[in-house]
Write a protein that binds this ligand. Structure first.
Ligand SMILES: Nc1nc2c(c(=O)[nH]1)N[C@H]1C(S)=C(S)[C@@H](COP(=O)(O)O)O[C@H]1N2
Ligand SMILES: [Mo]
Length: 224
């Protein structure tokens, strides 16, 4: 397991986390694919570290990208990249805070506010949760419907004033502004409306399902 992750977990007081062989593999991999630097200890340009829990993710271009909205909706459908860009755009600038301690100040995002997408498919009022799938085939996340209805939760097509790069989870990733980075699922492939919050990849390994910066996981001031 990467030293930084171990220290981060100790700092968080994540006790009772199951550190079986599988979890160890996942954590190591999370720090692996960041380039030549050993274990991702050196920040990538701009202060971000690139995280992935799988070795490699097949690239998708804006041309072959689709986002499926399924589950408890009156009009479930898929959106092409162009269709997402044709919808009203929401811009947000916020610090990006990983639960392991690094923070990138003032990152600019734009894309479609999640509530606008939920409205576009006629979300069933009985749906109480939203589940996100990554097309990396492994990473999942979820939010309660109340959280998903916030206007600072964005299906992002742009980051730092440019298209979201592959390493940052492009062409489309999630940005959940009020929560730790692990909620901001990269390589977004599917959104399912459900009535049950299913803990995501890192949440099954010890992180809080409610990931409010400053209010969960035991530390950090709320970002500006
Ligand atoms: N699909 C996927 N999304 C993910 C992750 C991941 O490993 N896979 N890591 C999460 C974590 S812990 C953080 S801090 C951010 C990091 O975003 P970055 O790789 O663009 O810096 O992505 C989040 N989303
Ligand atoms: Mo993170």
């Amino acid at each position: 397991m990467g030293r930084r992750v171990v220290l981060g977990m100790v700092g968080l007081g994540v006790v009772g986390i199951a550190v079986g062989a599988r979890a160890q593999t996942a954590v190591t991999r999370a720090l692996g694919p960041v380039g030549p630097e050993v274990g991702g200890l050196i920040p990538a340009a701009g202060g971000f570290r690139y995280y992935s829990v799988v070795d490699s993710v097949r690239r998708r271009t804006p041309q072959d990208y689709t986002l499926s909205l399924t589950g408890m909706a009156g009009r479930p459908r898929s959106f092409t990249f162009a269709e997402l860009q044709a919808m009203p755009q929401t811009q947000i600038t916020k610090d990006f805070q990983c639960v392991t301690g690094w923070r990138v100040p003032g990152v600019q995002w734009s894309g479609v506010a999640l509530p606008d997408l939920l409205d576009a498919v006629g979300a069933d009022p009985k749906a109480t949760a939203v589940r996100f799938q990554s097309f990396d085939g492994a990473y999942t996340e979820s939010l309660t419907m109340d959280q998903a209805r916030r206007r600072d939760v964005v299906v992002a097509t742009s980051m730092l004033g440019a298209p979201v790069t592959h390493d940052h989870g492009g062409p489309v990733r999630l940005f959940v502004a009020p929560m730790y980075g692990y909620k901001s699922l990269k390589w977004l492939g599917g959104i399912e409306l459900t009535n049950k919050v299913v803990p995501g990849f890192w949440e099954r390994r010890g992180y809080d399902v409610d990931a409010w910066v400053g209010r969960s996981n035991g530390r950090d001031d709320a970002p500006t």
